[in-house]
Write a protein that binds this ligand. Structure first.
Ligand code: MN
Length: 223
């Protein structure tokens, strides 16, 4: 079933995240066949640890990897990317406070744009564990590769990949997560979302949960 794992992990009566429309996913998959520009985004997510979620549209859903240190523009710096469950296409605009449960914390839309596979068969590339992509976002551009690793990173099983920038005009030693920390949607950083969540924009119950998430996240940030 499309998005099964995504739905299993979440309680949509408490999380503001999109529920994941299977009909939309199927329609999107049909429409996307043969088109070049596919949606991609990176969400900056302060949960139990700060990380960056890379999401690439494929077959109507967003293939997803959690990148603990975020992307690096330096081809010599390989960044661990843990494969996680497919996310719904609607997730691509989401930012806000997840008050409790799976992924509790704060999400901002750190980058978005389109991506193009550098191979003909994306499914075969995923199976092989070597997916070369061109990104055209606000912050991330040019050629990148996701390579599945074996053994080197303990505990990851076949979920461990590396995200590596290819050498091109968009490569360099600029620390992009430091240089461009803000949301491309709202212009805010995680701290701003925290403050808004704490004011209780989603009513008393949401505000209470948000305050809990804020407290925990702030503690983690300062520790
Ligand atoms: Mn995440």
């Amino acid at each position: 079933m499309v998005l099964e794992k995504y739905k299993q992990k979440r309680n949509f009566s408490t999380t503001p995240e999109p529920a994941g429309d299977e009909t939309l996913a199927r329609a999107r998959a049909r429409k996307a066949k043969g088109t070049k520009g596919r949606f991609f985004c990176v969400q900056k997510h302060l949960a139990s640890h700060l990380h960056y979620d890379l999401r690439l549209e494929h077959n109507g859903v967003l293939l997803s990897w959690a990148v603990p240190k975020g992307p690096s523009l330096d081809p010599a710096t390989k960044r661990l990317a843990m494969a996680v469950e497919d996310h719904p296409i609607e997730y691509g605009t989401f930012e806000g406070v997840i008050p409790s449960g799976y992924g509790a914390g704060i999400v901002i839309l750190w980058d978005r744009g389109t991506w193009t596979p550098e191979v003909d068969d994306v499914d075969a590339a995923l199976e092989k564990g070597d997916l070369k992509v061109t990104l055209d976002g606000y912050k991330l551009k040019g050629s990148w590769v996701l390579v599945r690793t074996k053994g080197r990173w303990a505990g990851g099983g076949d979920r461990s990949w590396l995200l590596i920038k290819h050498r091109d005009e968009w490569a360099g030693d600029l620390d992009i997560t430091e240089f461009a920390p803000l949301s491309v949607k709202s212009g805010e950083d995680i701290d701003d979302i925290l403050a808004r969540g704490a004011r209780g924009a989603r009513g008393a119950k949401g505000a209470k949960g948000a305050r809990g998430a804020v407290k925990k996240a702030t503690k983690r940030k300062s520790s």
